[in-house]
Design a protein around this ligand. Structure first.
Ligand code: ADP
Ligand code: ASP
Ligand code: MG
Length: 422
């Protein structure tokens, strides 16, 4: 008997009608003889609605006590959608039970709003499966050592699903969403984007970490660590399509390079609108500067992405890096209060009007001149590059955000991603 984990995103759970459809689809899989664990997201818009209520009460309040309550609050979205799905399954004549993260339990660390899953106890879930029930586990959340509810960061239900699949050694984890797979870039921005039948794990990891929100980065990390077979597919196909056809649809994340069907130099373009740039100006150019600036930032649990340090003039230099926009104000405050006075730097400035665009492809390993071509395409569009970062299979640039869509479209075309592969 096979075990499958299905994950349904917010749009797929967006109304009672859609929840009914999800229930019918899941019941179809269960009736085909499979054990089914389902991980739903909150109904679309619900997490935003809840977090906006908190903001109405206090615009910004960066204390642990506050973040704890945000998690208490946000976790209710998935509790509601999970119960609704269990009710819909029961209405279909399919025995079903739903559990919150703490009931399972899904154990996490205590980093509220961005907690990491540490372990999942599957005893209770197994017992229900063995009793013939579909088990629904809330996405996005867990419980820490102290018994506090935690959430896993926006888009975290993907990670819940893959972690459950890993813990239970599921045959496959299917991520049902509002697009029918992973595309060469976000199809909302480039309508000519093409669906990839397969994408290598490494490319998916880069794309997710560079901003392709179709999968949360940590879900891809989990899939890689535990070799969880992972597929992204549409929840908007008719629920009663042939199950074998459905099981082959969408995009499969592959772990073997020779399984790569589509060997383009660049496989995809990712972008991220959520980063902002922080520059510390007039820093004395001497050993230990990067550590003195970024040490306190890391201590405050703020993730830093692209970093550049300019050459020094008259013994001083400028040091810039990007952070998530949620951390922008906090980072500026921290640097102004602690770092600038200690370092004798001139000032700290922030720029929120930036975006990051990246090209990704395993083929970049064996081809030269790919980054140069990217820079040429951007220069032909008159787009100024503010920062660059590269790794073996990606090149990222930071540009002014008003040029983001232009840059993505131009690059998509220049790297022939509009063209069907042979
Ligand atoms: P869900 O609510 O199902 O988790 P998300 O909104 O988190 O859905 O992710 C799906 C969305 O990801 C799509 O609607 C699409 O706009 C966006 N997206 C970004 N990059 C890509 C990509 N490369 N391929 C497919 N979808 C992408
Ligand atoms: N509901 C959460 C969010 O909106 C988690 C998820 O949908 O994956 O971010
Ligand atoms: Mg998502």
């Amino acid at each position: 008997m096979a075990l499958f984990v299905h994950k349904y995103g917010g749009t797929s759970m967006g109304s009672t009608e859609r929840i009914r459809n999800v229930a019918k689809r899941v019941a179809k899989w269960a009736r085909a003889g499979h054990q089914m664990v389902v991980v739903p997201s909150a109904m679309s818009g619900e997490t935003n609605r809840l977090l906006a209520l908190a903001k109405e009460l206090t615009p910004s309040h960066a204390t642990t006590a506050y973040f704890r309550e945000l998690d208490m609050l946000a976790a209710t979205g998935e509790q509601a959608s999970s119960a609704l799905l269990a009710i819909a399954l029961q209405a279909e004549g399919m025995p079903a039970v739903s559990y919150t993260g703490w009931q399972v339990p899904v154990r996490t660390d205590s980093s509220y709003t961005k907690a990491r899953i540490e372990s999942i106890d599957d005893k209770r879930v197994r017992a229900d499966l063995d009793a013939g029930k579909v088990v629904i586990i809330t996405g996005f959340q867990g419980i820490d050592e102290g018994g506090n509810i935690t959430t896993l960061g926006r888009g975290g239900s993907d990670t819940s699903a893959v972690a459950v699949a890993a813990a239970m050694k599921a045959n496959e984890c299917l991520i049902y969403t509002d697009v029918d797979g992973v595309y060469t870039t976000d199809p909302r921005v480039v309508p000519q984007a093409r669906r990839l039948k397969t994408v290598s794990f490494e490319e998916m990891l880069e794309m997710a970490s560079l901003g392709s929100k179709v999968l949360q980065i940590r879900s891809v990390e989990f899939a890689g660590k535990y070799k969880v077979p992972l597929r992204v597919l549409s929840s908007f196909t008719p629920w009663d399509i042939d199950i074998n056809e459905e099981a082959k649809s969408g995009t499969l994340i592959t772990f073997e390079e020779d399984e790569q069907m589509e060997q383009a130099v660049v496989s995809g373009i990712a972008f991220n609108r959520d980063e902002t740039k922080i520059s510390v100006l007039g820093v004395p150019d001497k050993p230990g500067i990067a550590y003195q600036i970024l040490g306190p930032v890391a201590d405050a649990n703020i993730e830093v992405d692209v970093i550049i340090q300019n050459i020094s003039k008259d013994g001083r230099t400028d040091f810039s890096f990007t952070v998530n926009h949620n951390d922008h104000a906090r980072t500026l405050e921290l640097l102004r209060e602690k770092v600038v006075p200690a370092l004798g730097a001139q000032e700290v400035v922030g720029d929120t009007a930036i975006s990051k665009v990246s090209i990704v492809g395993i083929g970049m390993r064996s081809h030269v001149g790919v980054a140069a071509k990217m820079f040429r395409v951007l220069s032909e569009e008159g787009i100024n590059i503010q920062m660059i970062s590269t790794s073996e299979i990606k090149t990222s640039v930071v540009i002014e955000d008003k040029y983001l869509e232009l840059a993505v479209r131009a690059l998509h075309k220049a790297f022939d991603l509009d063209q069907p592969t042979a």
